[in-house]
Design a protein around this ligand. Structure first.
Ligand code: CAA
Length: 262
C-alpha cells in the first residue's frame, strides 16, 4: 500500500458524523501529487457513501492548506504525458461527484491547485493567516484545476485577472471582501468553527442539503430561468419527503426537528 498522504478521522456520534480529511505532506506544504489526489478522492467517495456521515471537512496544516500541484512531479512532464493521463481531470474532479456538503478549512497557503481545491468545496472557512492565489503564471503555465473558471465566478473578472496575471497572493480579509471565502476566523479557532458548521449541517435533512447544494451549483452553470426552474422542481420535490413534514411540524410545535434522513 502506498504511503498515506492524507489522514482521515470521523467525528461525532450516531447519524451526526463528520468525515474529516487532513492533507498530510507537511514537508512539501501539502503539494498535491497524483497519489495524494487518488487518496483524497477515495476518502471523499467513501465518506459520501457512508450513511452515518452527513458532511465532510478538508483541511491542511497551520502553514499550508496546499501550496498547489506538485511542481517537482510536473517539472519534466511532456504534453503527451499530461494529455494521455488526463492530468487533473482524472482524479481532481472526484470532488464534483460528492453529493454531501464539503467544507474547506483553510489555514496558511492555498495556492494554485490548493486554491482550486478549496474552490471545489462548498464552503471555505479561512483562518486569518490564510493566503490565496493562482501563481501558476510564475511557472510558465496557467491554473489547470478550474482556477480560471471558478475564481472569476467567485470574485469577479477584475480580481481574478489580477491574481492570475500577477501571481500575487491575497490575504484572508481580501478574500472575504471579494467573496471567495464564507468567513474568516482566528487561526486557533479554525477547526472549531469548521466543525461547528459541519455539525449544524449534519443535523439537517440530507435530501434537502443535497438539493440546496445542487441548486446553488446550478446558479453557476445554467441561465437564470433554467436555474429557477431547477430550484422550483427541487423545492416541490422536497414536499414529498417525511423530513419536510417533520421540519414544519417541529417548528409549529416549538420542538427540535428529528429528521429521519440524516
Ligand atoms: N510543489 C512541490 N513542492 C512544493 C510546492 C509545490 N507546489 N510548494 C512548496 N513546495 C516545497 C518546496 O519546494 C520546499 O521543499 P524543500 O524543503 O525540499 O526545498 C518546501 O515545500 C517548503 O517550501 P518553501 O521553502 O518554498 O517555503 P516558503 O515558506 O519559503 O514559501 C510558498 C512558501 C510561497 C508557498 C512557496 O513554497 C511557493 O511559492 N510554492 C509554490 C506555489 C505554486 O506555485 N503553486 C502552484 C503550483 S502549479 C499548480 O497548482 C497547477 C494547477 O493549477 C493544478
Amino acid at each position: 500500500m502506498s504511503e498515506p498522504l492524507i489522514l482521515t478521522q470521523v467525528r461525532g456520534e450516531a447519524a451526526l458524523k463528520v468525515g474529516v480529511i487532513t492533507l498530510h505532506r507537511p514537508k512539501q506544504l501539502n503539494a498535491l501529487n497524483d497519489a495524494l489526489m487518488d487518496q483524497l478522492g477515495a476518502a471523499l467517495l467513501a465518506f459520501d457513501a457512508d450513511e452515518s456521515i452527513g458532511c465532510m471537512v478538508i483541511t491542511g496544516s497551520e502553514k499550508a492548506f496546499a501550496a498547489g500541484a506538485d511542481i517537482s512531479a510536473m517539472a519534466k512532464w511532456t504534453y503527451m504525458e499530461v494529455y494521455k493521463s488526463d492530468f487533473i481531470t482524472r482524479n481532481w474532479e472526484t470532488l464534483k461527484r460528492v453529493r454531501k456538503p464539503v467544507i474547506a478549512a483553510v489555514s496558511g497557503f492555498a495556492l494554485g491547485g490548493g486554491c482550486e481545491l478549496a474552490m471545489m468545496c462548498d464552503i471555505i472557512i479561512a483562518a486569518e493567516t490564510a493566503k490565496f492565489g493562482q501563481p501558476e503564471i510564475k511557472l510558465g503555465i496557467i491554473p489547470g484545476a478550474g482556477g480560471t473558471q471558478r475564481l472569476p465566478r467567485a470574485v469577479g473578472k477584475a480580481k481574478a485577472m489580477d491574481l492570475s496575471l500577477t501571481g500575487r497572493m491575497m490575504d484572508a480579509a481580501e478574500a472575504e471582501r471579494a467573496g471567495l471565502v464564507s468567513r474568516v476566523v482566528p487561526a486557533d479557532k479554525l477547526l472549531d468553527e469548521a466543525f461547528a458548521a459541519a455539525d449544524a449541517i449534519c443535523s439537517y435533512s440530507l435530501p434537502s442539503l443535497i438539493a440546496a447544494k445542487e441548486c446553488v451549483n446550478r446558479a453557476y452553470e445554467a441561465p437564470l430561468n433554467e436555474g429557477l426552474l431547477f430550484e422550483r422542481r427541487a423545492f416541490h420535490a422536497l414536499f414529498a419527503t417525511e423530513d419536510q413534514k417533520e421540519g414544519m411540524e417541529a417548528f409549529l410545535a416549538k420542538r427540535p426537528a428529528a429528521f429521519k434522513h440524516r
